[in-house]
Design a protein around this ligand. Structure first.
Ligand code: NDP
Ligand code: HEM
Length: 478
């Protein structure tokens, strides 16, 4: 007798034969009543969902966040409630530009998204392996992404489009310098840092607000490939990062990151020489030192990639009491964009999917909709709000303190009064001669085929970072 369970239809009835179609005679044709065959083909046609419009290629695992230091003076968020407290999490890492089947060892920013299943709801930190970004105004994001994706006619990626856009958008210089430096091509995700990148807010039990930035520093050390090494790797396997992460966790070699925060008192935001809500800027550690908070460990591989990662929905709008947003314009736009993408990619009830469902009770008045598999109503009379039938009510205790804002409604030039050169200069100045020379050759390689006038415009920006920077790239171009 077979040890296996009997195969059934999706309606639960047992199947007699999964190898031979139902035919008129051994040579066919097939009978229309072979609904098992029809179902099988129809299901296959529906196996793909839209890939993420960006960050399509990804790798991830489950893990734990453990608090090692008390930061309750800054935030009342329960996840940071006590030293030793552990919270389950899901992490997804990704490249930005490549499609779902892209090679892993490509020079690109890496996404660093973490979903913390806290007792107060899911908190998603959807960051990158870089502390800054290419733009500071979200109106520029779709155009920027178009330059990273395929040209409509050639269906190839276009160096010209990238450098045309970057050279017309000097706020990208900081991120461009990181992207073409050694850290722009990590060997895998275990050997890179993660950053929340944006400024967020913390609210403590006294209802005081602090501005905060999140940092995840790799405990494995940094490792990266040169362009030549990466070309060799891609020649061997397109899945180098997947193989690395899966293998390490399977072998019990759990990757860890030290989680720290930078804290800025609310009133300081008016005093810094730079706009602390500008995503193209870091807060110098000298001004706002790292404060250690805990450790993120990845310790459990996925069982089903599609269910646990392709269907995972990370959104910066998922915050919990004690953690809030900031006036960062790019963050503000992202608060809309991700849930909208999830409704399109996964459907209205994406948050009920097991991987996205909070581990705490959920009480909303959302109703119905396609594929609604929310729990049945326990209190069917309370299906609107306010009601007199004991339905869930809002809790004023989790209200944030008022945020003072002012100003005229207008489209303000986001470049006016903004220094796009000092922080890239500070980064460039940290590089040793070898790092600088690889930066120049990586940039020159990426500029192949770009019209001269665009290259000159970009070299003009590099010169404003430092004349040696521009001279180095110019020499590498030759
Ligand atoms: P610090 O010397 O205090 O910090 C330098 C930071 O740069 C560290 O976080 C370090 O990360 C990181 N770093 C070191 N080498 C590289 C590299 N090759 N590529 C990218 N990052 C690197 O200086 P400041 O805080 O004053 O910042 C100076 C510059 O450092 C900034 O302009 C920015 O470009 C860069 N930086 C700053 C960060 C910040 O939050 N202040 C964060 C990351 C980069 P690690 O410890 O992991 O080596
Ligand atoms: C993915 C939009 C900027 C990090 C995505 C997705 C969209 C998007 C629509 C796909 C979501 C999905 O289908 O699940 C935007 C917009 C931005 C922006 C409109 C700016 C205006 C940023 C920035 C960061 C970032 C600044 C990092 C600091 C990520 C990551 C993912 C992602 C990590 C993949 C999440 C995952 O693993 O599922 N973005 N993005 N994005 N974005 Fe952004």
């Amino acid at each position: 007798m077979s040890q296996c369970p009997f195969q059934t239809t999706t309606a639960g009835a047992q199947i007699a034969d999964n190898q031979n179609s139902l035919t008129a005679g051994p040579r066919g044709p097939i009978l229309l009543q072979d609904w098992q065959l029809l179902e099988k083909l129809a299901h296959q046609n529906r196996e793909r969902i839209p890939e993420r419009v960006v960050h399509a290629k990804g790798w991830g695992a489950h893990g734990t966040f453990t608090v090692t230091h008390d930061i309750s003076q800054y935030t009342k968020a329960n996840i940071f409630g006590a030293i030793g407290k552990k919270t389950d999490l899901l992490a997804r890492f990704s490249t930005v530009a490549g499609e779902l089947g892209a090679a892993d060892a490509e020079r690109d920013v890496r996404g660093f998204a973490v979903k913390f299943y806290t007792e107060e709801g899911n908190w998603d930190l959807v960051g990158n392996n870089t502390p800054v970004f290419f733009i500071r105004d979200p109106l520029k994001f779709p155009d920027f992404i178009h330059t990273q994706k395929r040209h409509p006619r050639t269906h190839l990626r276009s160096n010209t489009a990238m450098w045309d856009y970057w050279s017309l958008s000097p706020e990208s210089l900081h991120q461009v310098t990181i992207l073409f430096s050694d850290r722009g091509l990590p060997t895998d995700v275990r050997h890179m840092n993660g950053y929340g990148s944006h400024t967020f807010s913390f609210i403590n039990a006294k209802n005081e607000r602090f501005w905060v930035k999140f940092h995840f520093k790799t405990q494995q050390g940094h490792r990266h490939w040169t362009n030549a090494e990466a070309a060799e790797v891609v020649g061997q396997t397109r899945e180098s990062t997947q193989i690395d992460l899966l293998g390490a966790i399977d072998q019990g070699d759990f990757p860890r990151w030290t989680v720290s925060v930078q804290i800025m008192p609310e009133a300081d935001a008016d005093k810094t020489s730079y706009n602390p809500f500008d995503l193209t800027k870091v807060w110098p550690h000298g001004d706002y030192p790292l404060i250690e908070v805990g450790v993120m460990e990845l310790n459990r591989n996925l069982v089903n990639y599609f269910a646990e990662l392709e269907q995972a929905s990370f959104s910066p709008s998922n915050i919990v009491p004690g953690i809030g947003f900031s006036p960062d314009k790019v963050l503000q736009a992202r608060l809309f964009s991700y849930a909208d993408a999830h409704r399109y990619r996964l459907g209205t009830h994406y948050e009920s999917l097991p991987v996205n469902a909070p581990k705490c009770p959920v009480h909303t008045y959302h109703r119905d909709g396609a594929m609604n598999f929310m729990p049945m109503d326990k209190n069917p009379d309370a299906y609107y709000e306010p009601n007199s039938f004991g339905g869930p009510v809002a809790n004023p205790a989790v209200a944030e303190p008022a945020l003072k804002i002012s100003g005229d409604a207008d489209r303000f030039d986001h470049r006016e009064g903004n220094d796009d050169y000092s922080q890239p200069r500070a980064l460039w100045a940290m590089f040793d001669d070898g790092q600088k020379s690889r930066l120049y050759s990586n940039l020159a390689a990426a500029m192949q085929g770009v019209p001269e006038f665009i290259i000159e415009r970009q070299l003009g920006h590099f010169a404003l970072i430092h004349p040696d920077y521009a001279a180095g790239v110019r020499a590498a171009l030759k």
